[in-house]
Design a protein around this ligand. Sequence first.
Ligand code: MN
Length: 159
Amino acid sequence: MNTPFLLLALGATALPAATAAAADTGQQTIARAGEQASQPGPEAYFTGRVRIDPVWPAEGGIPASGSLVTFEPGARSAWHTHPAGQRLLVTSGVGLVQEWGKPVQVIRPGDVVWCPPGVKHWHGAARETAMTHLAVTGTIDGRNVEWMEKVDDAQYHAR
Ligand code: MN
């Protein structure tokens, strides 16, 4: 699926063209704090409470969007892949990340996760601690994520 809302979910190109950061005027611009509304993580693609704060769109010669994603304790994404890959910089809290077929790993502020193109994975908060990460997600042909099944409780707690 390729809806603007879906793209927004993990940081994307769905912001209005009028956004200062998106305007390609040839001049330096500043997207002011408060200009980009926070969004809930869609229930179809996330478990638990997730907030997405858009930071920058995939425009201006850098085909990768940035979003701050905050997961409340126990919250996590569904399994998914990124066609152009993704980098995650943990900015606060304690989180979890897992590549399909590998163990769940704990991630902490300052940790940087590289999710290669096409590699199935999920990311989220620890059981009792929230986590925020900056997600920098590459876009190819207007797409930056392919959603799959949700991470069930057995998978989430398996570590
Ligand atoms: Mn991801």
